[in-house]
Design a protein around this ligand. Structure first.
Ligand SMILES: Cc1cc2nc3c(=O)[nH]c(=O)nc-3n(C[C@H](O)[C@H](O)[C@H](O)COP(=O)(O)OP(=O)(O)OC[C@H]3O[C@@H](n4cnc5c(N)ncnc54)[C@H](O)[C@@H]3O)c2cc1C
Length: 414
């Protein structure tokens, strides 16, 4: 009964409407609180989450851009006061860039997840512990609460994500990849870069040797005493992993020929193609790719599937007059079929970051080329500015952040 009450209250607390208009409204509402209030209270998970922006589902699907949300905060408060908020948004840019420079980390994650999943299927004790953790029946009240909140809302506060991941790995002794997978299946903002690298960070694989330990005191303090867990692991030895790979060069935009007969390909990573359309592109037709199912080898939550689907529809409806006829594609072959049927000379799209959409479109360039069709992937300018600096730790990245933002502002980038 108590659990049922909790669950329905989650539903009331958080509404994420999958449209750009809803994201802009959320940004409008939050921007006045993006400076001192945010810096003072952002670490508290008191349930309602009004102390943080909750913009992540819109940022994840590219319905809003990082430049837009930073600009809104700076417009309200000036360049210095929302420093904490800007830094958090910069973590997103950093993680995206870091993974893009080392795509092998995503490949290794998927292989390790598969190995852990094989163990779950063959070891009944492990399977039982994994099921209890996923369904919030571990007996650790705070952990079980967050598992229910995740399933019921598709969102968790940042601090709850840190505590949850730490308890998953060090107290429950479960494989980190299966925790990351649980998050990807349920978080509306589930993102290959931010999620994989945050879990690796908690486990001591990102900042190698340095782990994050969830303590009862910290949880009690930052949940306003709602939880006071006992029996959490006191030590958190770093997980074993190979040395970090060296970064590859950052991708750059492909050449683009405006005179060619072009089609636009949209994925659920980047649903604000307006700058591309404004600057270079008059598509005769548009294709869409929903990649939410490829987040996991298991079934992704209905909430995530519906959010992604509706976010794509929002984009194609909003820009209906500029896209030509729209076709839903499901993989590389259906994209090639669409482009061939429309007699395209060129398919244009935003660069697809390492993750599920890029997995679904593996080999696209070569498959289109075999039909005499060029693929032109365009980097978002903010990514082109930020990603090359994601070569090492965040603090090195943060040092060059003011330059990146100054240039982004100067060039009025989205
Ligand atoms: C184990 C773990 C898993 C995570 N998985 C994801 C994920 O799949 N997708 C995701 O977007 N974030 C993830 N995060 C980062 C962070 O928790 C969320 O971005 C944040 O809680 C989203 O809520 P918000 O929009 O209210 O954040 P706010 O505090 O309002 O921050 C504003 C924006 O900045 C970005 N941001 C804030 N903190 C971080 C951070 N630590 N790392 C990267 N970006 C950040 C987000 O885009 C966020 O919307 C994870 C963190 C941890 C510890």
């Amino acid at each position: 009964m108590a659990r049922a009450r909790l669950r329905s209250s989650f539903e009331i607390m958080i509404q994420f409407a999958p449209s750009r208009a809803a994201g802009l409204a959320q940004l409008d509402d939050f921007a006045p609180r993006a400076a001192g209030d945010y810096a003072r209270t952002r670490n508290f998970d008191t349930g309602g989450h009004t102390n943080v922006s909750r913009l992540s589902p819109w940022l994840r699907h590219g319905l809003l851009t990082e430049t837009e949300v930073i600009t809104a905060a700076v417009r309200h408060h000036g360049p210095d006061l929302p420093e904490k908020f800007v830094t958090e948004v910069a973590w997103r840019l950093y993680f995206k860039g870091w993974l893009e420079l080392r795509p092998g980390i995503w490949t290794a994650y998927k292989a390790e997840r598969q190995a852990a999943w094989n163990d779950v299927q063959t070891q009944s004790g492990l399977r039982q512990r994994w099921e209890q953790a996923c369904t919030g029946q571990t007996g650790i009240a705070c952990f079980d609460h967050w598992a229910a909140e995740l399933a019921q809302t598709g969102y968790l506060h940042n601090h709850a994500r840190m505590w949850f991941a730490s308890i998953w790995i060090f107290t429950l002794g479960l494989p980190w990849t299966l925790g990351a997978d649980l998050f990807l299946r349920h978080l509306l903002d589930g993102d290959a870069a931010s999620n994989t690298l945050s879990w690796r960070w908690v486990g001591g694989l990102h900042t190698q040797g340095k782990t994050y330990v969830a303590t009862a005191e910290n949880i009690a303090r930052y949940t306003d005493g709602r939880f006071n867990p006992r029996d959490l692991a006191q030590v958190a030895p770093a997980l074993d992993g190979p040395p970090l790979p060296a970064p590859r060069p950052c991708p750059v935009s492909d050449p683009f020929a405006p005179s060619r007969r072009s089609g636009l390909l949209l994925t659920d990573e980047t649903l604000y193609p307006d700058p591309l359309l404004d600057r270079v592109l008059l598509p005769v037709t548009t294709a869409t790719l929903q990649a939410s199912a490829a987040r996991s080898h298991l079934l992704v939550s209905d909430r995530v599937t519906q959010f992604s689907r509706a976010a794509i529809t929002d984009c194609t409806t909003r820009l209906a007059g500029r896209l030509g006829p729209v076709t839903a594609c499901t993989d590389t072959q259906t994209v090639v079929d669409w482009a061939s049927a429309a007699q395209l000379e060129q398919v244009v799209m935003h660069h697809v970051p390492t993750g599920p959409a890029a997995d679904m479109l593996a080999g696209l360039k070569e498959a289109l080329a075999a039909q005499g069709i060029a693929l032109s992937q365009q980097m978002r300018p903010i990514d082109q500015l930020a990603w090359p600096s994601a070569t090492a730790g965040f603090f090195k990245f943060k040092r060059v952040l003011p330059d990146i933002l100054a240039q982004a502002k100067f060039e009025n980038l989205s």
